[in-house]
Write a protein that binds this ligand. Sequence first.
Ligand code: PMP
Length: 369
Amino acid sequence: MSERIHTMLSTPTILDNVLDSVGNTPLIRLDRIASQENLKCNLFAKVEFFNPGGSVKDRIATRMVQKAEEDGTLVRGKSIVIEPTSGNTGIGLALVCAMKGYPVIITLPEKMSLEKEVTLRALGAEIVRTPTSAPSESEFSNIGVAKKLQRLIPHGVILNQYENINNPEAHEFGTGPEIIEAITRHPTSERPSSGKVDCFLAGAGTGGTLSGTSRALKKHNKDVVVVGVDPKGSILAQPSSLNDLDGEDSSYAVEGIGYDFVPQALAYSVIDAWVKTTDEEAWVAARQVMRSEGLLVGGSSGSALAGTLQYLKSQEGRKNFGDVEGKNVVVLFPDGIRNYISKPWFIHSLDAGGPSTLATQISQVLNAS
Ligand code: PMP
């Protein structure tokens, strides 16, 4: 059942429970952005905030819990789910576990938003905050504290998204096939289409989204180009010289992508190229998505779009995709603005560029009256 490919529901239906609403997210054309950026290719976004917990990570949470129940790792009435996360995997797990009746403890770095913490509490999870500056391998990091809790709490289980095969597989058997199905079976406009997925871009945290989706896409089109987007300050991009900081600070505000170690879920062999993005580029791009396409995306979606535009405007990206009519380029937007409403970057981005012409007009007419 978990490997089934969902099809778009065209008629109102009744689902057995919330878990059946995970996945099957829409692929949405970004025609306004493509035109603003002078791109001739088709630009699509796989928009993951449509998942019930609000992010792409609902997919892996559902699959990891289901498979752990099947192999006996999780036992109802006994097991306690513990997971270190940047928030979204925690929300996905808390949602699945609320329904199935498992208690949940989430270890979350201080950097992650209050909105994620409140959502986790709404779902009944217990939260332990950990210092953002603690290196991942330290006992004080969210990973270190989760391991300690597992040692101390009887029947504690860490499903471990960093190493769990069901993380990339949720995308290999879900996200990837959904994108292929949409592109090959459901043309949405009169514009030319190669009929294939030609280029796919996504940010990397655990790397599960990028690696699993890539495996599915490469089975469908061996020539697809898969590009990873990594924030400046992280070490995931290859070649590693891309990660040089020239003395700059390694901290960054965007949540959910980038690491100080390479998770096992990240398969470099299926990723063809990498681009690096800054916080500022992410905020500008997220605002562009909201204001031009009406999609209320989170910060890492801004990074993904900034990386996409950077790649499509590079010499190689232009020649192969950006300047070629009919090429299908898909970028994945992992979560939505619900997670970041109180974040300074979001509030400041609303005023970026100064008052609009309409705002100026409003002041003038009100002052004159
Ligand atoms: N963006 C956000 C907001 C996330 O929470 C995550 C998951 N950490 C990602 C991107 C990256 O996803 P993945 O772990 O599959 O690489």
